[in-house]
Design a protein around this ligand. Structure first.
Ligand code: CTP
Ligand code: MG
Length: 166
């Protein structure tokens, strides 16, 4: 189980770092479709890039000390970490895209936010892993994320980094 937790670190780092690293120009450059922002003001270029870099860095550091059984070697583990982080930020933006299409304000609570990033992270890393997609592991990932995602959002809010506690 500790392996499963370590495996997801690049995704969690990628998901939580934009609140600190973000700012500046929005990822959608302010553009709209159908009168609604494509992604909205909560998704910035710096947040996206910073999240991918931070998650990948975490994976590179972990790979120096710990070889996960799901990857062939340290190199694939690092590339896998990048894919997890990239999938996370892609999923995060995709979630915002859906929210804007449903007329939801940036920052409004949206239950699927908790899972969309995880789904895309796992999808993106899937070509590089073996012995990972077993029912127990998948259930563990979703339950862990259901606990950690709201918890980290609450901490970020209490620490004054995030406007809302979700
Ligand atoms: N953030 C960012 N760039 C990203 C993702 C997040 O700059 N690609 C920053 C923004 O300051 C954002 C904060 O992190 O407000 C919290 O992220 P999140 O909860 O994902 O965004 P929301 O503001 O809730 O916007 P949305 O409704 O689109 O999810
Ligand atoms: Mg949000």
């Amino acid at each position: 189980m500790i392996d499963l937790l370590i495996f997801l670190v690049p995704a969690y780092v990628g998901n939580s770092s934009p609140v600190v690293l973000g700012g500046g120009a929005p990822l959608d450059l302010g553009k709209k479709i159908g009168g609604k922002r494509i992604l909205g003001k909560g998704k910035t270029i710096r947040g996206f890039a910073g999240g991918v870099v931070a998650g990948t860095l975490a994976a590179i550091i972990i790979a120096q000390y710990y070889q996960l059984p799901f990857f062939e070697n340290a190199e694939t583990q690092m590339i896998g970490g990048f894919l997890l982080a990239f999938g996370t930020l892609f999923g995060d933006s995709f979630g915002s895209f859906l929210k804007r299409r449903m007329n939801m304000e940036s920052g409004s609570p949206f239950f699927p936010d908790t899972f969309i990033f995880l789904f895309f992270a796992l999808l993106f890393v899937s070509p590089l892993v073996h012995d990972l997609f077993e029912p127990f592991n998948i259930a563990f990932f979703f339950i862990l994320t259901m606990i950690l995602h709201p918890l980290t959002n609450l901490i970020a809010n209490k620490a004054g980094l995030k406007r809302v506690p979700w």
